[in-house]
Structures are given as C-alpha cells and as structure tokens.
Write a protein that binds this ligand. Structure first.
Ligand code: ADP
Ligand code: ASP
Ligand code: MG
Length: 446
C-alpha cells in the first residue's frame, strides 16, 4: 500500500486536479490524502471569524465566494464528461449544513466543522472526477479514522483499530480521503492544525504499514534554506528522519511540524515530490543518512524568549522541575532551553496567555520577556563547523544558542527583524558544504 498526499496548490484548479488524477491512475493500491483546494481553508477561517463576531452577512458572503469557486471548478472538470449537473449538485449540497450552522449563535466547538468543509468538498470532487473518467476509486471519511486522545494528540494504535473496525482499505484499490480533519475526544470535528494534511498522510501510512508515503507539493523537494526568503536554495536529495523532524518542527513549511514521527516510528520512507515537475527526484526522508557539514536551515517566527533569574537556583535542586510544572499547567510547549547557574532562558511560541504565565513564573524569580524573536535551526553534521556557524551570525544579536541536545543541529534565537539576513548569512555556509558533499558523493561513487 502506498499513501499519496496532495497539497492545496497541487489541487488549485481544474488543470492541476486532472494532473493529480493522472498521477493517481498510475497506481492500483493507494490511499490518496487530499488537502482543500488552495486558499479555501484561509477563506473558511474568515467565514468562521465573521460568525464569531456575529457578522452573519459577512460569513455568508464569504461562504458564497468559496461555493462559487467550487462550482466553477466542477463546471470545468465535468464539462467533457457531460456530468456537470449531478457532480456540481452533490458538491454544492455539502454547503447546506454549514449555511444552516451559521444561522445559530457562535459556538467554538463547531468551528472545526466549518474548517473541515474544504477538505470534504475537494476530496469528494476528486473522487467523482476519477469515477467519471473511468478510474474506480472509493471515498473514505477520515473523520471515522482519526480521533484525538486526552492529550489532544492522534494515536497510531487507535487509528489502526478504527481502520480495522470500519473495514476501510481492506480490498486493494484507490481510496480518496481527506487530510487535516479529525475528531476530538468527544467526537466533535476538529483538525490537526494548519498544514495538517501531511500529518494525516504519515499517520495513515504508519497505521497501514505502507511501503512509502509520497507528499506531492508545488516545489521539487525540501530545500536547503527557506526559498521564500533566500535566493539560490536547492533541493536536498536525502534526509534522515531526525534531520527532517528538526527542519519541519523549526519552520520548513513544506512539512507539518509533527508529521515525521509516525513514519519514523514505523520506518516508512517519505518521498517529497513536485506535482508541477513529477520527474524531478525530490527529497527522500528515511533512516540514518549520514551528512557532512551544514545541510539545511529553517526558521520559525513569533517566538517569545522568557528569562527567569533566581538566586534560589544556585546550587539547589528541584528548581527546573518547578519551572517546567508551570508550563505544564498552562499546556505551553517549550522549544529551546539554555541555563546558567542563576538563570534559565526558554522559548515559547507567541501566546495569548503570556501575562498570566509571566505572573505565575514571577513566583519563582525575576522574569524578563522578549517578543518577536525567530528560532533558526541549522541541521547537518555540524560538530566540526560550530566556529564557522558562529562566525556567520556574529553581526546579529543572538539571544540564545543551543547545541548538543541532538547531534545533528544547533539552534539560534535572533530578533525576528534580523531573521532574513541571518538566513542569508548562513546560506553561504550551506552552499559551500553542499558543494563539498557533492564532491564526497562523486568520490564515493568513483
Ligand atoms: P502544500 O499546499 O502542498 O501543503 P505548502 O505551501 O504547505 O504546500 O508547502 C510548500 C511550500 O513550502 C513551498 O512552496 C515553499 O514556499 C515553502 N517552503 C518553506 N521552507 C521550505 C523548504 N525548506 N523547502 C521547500 N519548501 C519550503
Ligand atoms: N487545508 C489545510 C490548511 O490549509 C490543511 C493542509 O493544507 O494541509 O492548513
Ligand atoms: Mg502544506
């Protein structure tokens, strides 16, 4: 069994959906995980915020825009088959329950239902398009398979059990399902957070023990730096699970931050592919590929640095325990930690609970807060290159440096407004090491 995931940009218009259908048709036994058509989840977030602000007409206007987009898509897709009427009608009917929902007062428990519409409609249209062009495919509802547990996390055993109980994917065939959407512990529709379709793909891949998980997107693989900010980035052929996890977690938008662990746990390779250039080799993520030097860089924005200083920490035990208990209470994950004898610095993502968190931390010591920071994560076999890395960022005000937690990365925290320059400065190193890597590769093959 193969899992193929197509992102929003790969499904952005009729032409691209036809292209995706061509790729899917080359397989006999696969699960196809569909994102919402590009832009739709953003638009549904606007519908939801209008609803939240009691702006009924705004919510409906925005829903109409989305519905019209899908209507136009169906007309273009099903024109040649002469099946516009039935296929458009089926897709349009899916909007009615949401329209009805928007008439009732805002209820945060139902937000997930609104946001799920993009994936539900897109996948339905793709399934119908495959059927109408003679490819036998089946529609599977992901809401029946992925449910979050008490920790608000998906659980692989539970997914495998639900696949078994529902008999989904039992026979070989082409199955079309939705990325991103799932249910919470109480059965309400929710999601795996923005970009979550990658995570659905690896969760289903791991639960099904697939032979390969392919993530199809609009770029030729994971690049060695963020192509949105840095010129001349290049795709990386091979990454280890550990390297890919760090890059995804610390901002490489091409992968959802949590999506690597299910594949890593079941040792299933992930192949990143480009729908716009299917012959490009893309990136292979698999177990233990040894790199040499700085391999890639990613950055994560909207970071807050908290520095807690206390004389009580000096030569005492239990301080860190008390400190992390506070983050536990607030359910706030900590990303980077550095300590000295009398102070601890931690980073968190920007949070609305900051004032309450700081006030609680003040019972442990003096707290300073620095907002608008970025974490820069440098990945590779960096042990011998630390001096070069620090030299490259010496002109920036580096708030924190963390090394050694894993052998394959160093993490730096810089002011958000210096992030792009810091990424560019570090890119010279990546380019240099990429050349060395290629030379090594050629030597090995000779
Ligand atoms: P999809 O809609 O297919 O899920 P995304 O927009 O989520 O696609 O991810 C692909 C985008 O991620 C690329 O177009 C690129 O702009 C961005 N990106 C950020 N960092 C990287 C990186 N290191 N390598 C490749 N793409 C990256
Ligand atoms: N449609 C969702 C989003 O835009 C999920 C995804 O694309 O992966 O975040
Ligand atoms: Mg994505």
């Amino acid at each position: 069994m193969l899992v193929l995931k197509f992102g929003g940009t790969s499904l952005g218009n009729a032409e691209r959906i036809k292209n995706v259908a061509e790729i899917v048709r080359t397989h006999k036994n696969c699960v196809v995980v569909c994102s919402a058509m590009a832009g739709v989840t953003n638009a549904l977030e606007i519908v939801n915020s209008c609803w939240e602000q009691d702006d009924h007409s705004g919510a409906l206007e925005n829903l109409d825009i989305i519905q019209n987009m899908f209507d136009a898509l169906c007309r273009e897709l099903f024109y040649e088959q002469g099946t516009i009427n039935e296929n458009c009608m089926e897709a349009m009917e899916m909007f009615a329950p949401v329209r009805k929902l928007l008439e009732s007062p805002f209820n945060i428990q139902l937000t997930g239902k609104i946001l799920s519409l993009g994936e539900l409609v897109t996948s339905r249209i793709i399934n119908n398009y495959l059927l109408s062009t003679g490819t036998d495919s089946s529609y599977v509802n992901a809401l029946k398979l992925i449910q979050l547990n008490e920790q608000e996390e998906p659980d692989l055993n539970d997914i495998a059990q639900k696949i078994e109980e529902t008999g989904s994917f039992r026979e070989p065939g082409i199955y079309i399902t939705q990325g991103f959407i799932c249910t919470d512990l109480h059965g309400n529709v929710t999601n795996l957070k923005r970009g979550g379709s990658d995570y659905t793909a690896t969760l289903l891949g791991a639960a099904l023990n697939a032979s390969l998980i392919e993530i199809w997107t609009d770029i030729d693989g994971l690049h060695n730096n963020d192509p949105r900010y840095v010129e001349n980035t290049t795709p990386i052929r091979d990454l280890s699970f550990a390297e890919a996890s760090e890059l995804a977690y610390f901002g490489a938008k091409i992968l959802h931050p949590s999506c690597v662990w299910p594949a890593r746990e079941q040792n299933i390779p992930i192949q990143l592919k480009n729908t716009l250039d299917p012959d490009a080799s893309g990136t292979r993520i698999q177990t233990g590929f040894n790199s040499n030097g700085v391999k890639a860089i990613a950055a994560k924005d909207n970071i807050t640095v908290l520095r807690i200083t206390s004389g009580r920490m000096f030569n005492a035990y239990g301080f860190l325990h008390k400190l992390f208990q506070v983050f536990d209470e607030f359910k706030i994950p900590v990303d980077v930690v550095t300590t000295s004898e009398v102070s601890v610095s931690v980073t968190i993502e920007h949070t609305h609970s900051l004032a309450a968190l700081v006030s609680r931390l003040q019972s442990l010591g003096r707290v300073s807060v620095e907002n608008d920071r970025s974490i820069i994560c440098v990945v590779g076999n960096i042990q011998d290159h630390l001096a070069e890395i620090m030299q490259a960022v010496k002109q920036f005000k580096t708030d924190m440096v963390s090394l050694g937690a894993s052998s394959n990365n160093v993490t730096l925290v810089v002011p958000g407004n210096q992030k792009v320059e810091a990424l560019q400065a570090l890119h010279n190193l990546v380019s240099l090491h990429t050349v060395n890597q290629q030379e090594l590769w050629i030597q090995l093959q000779a």
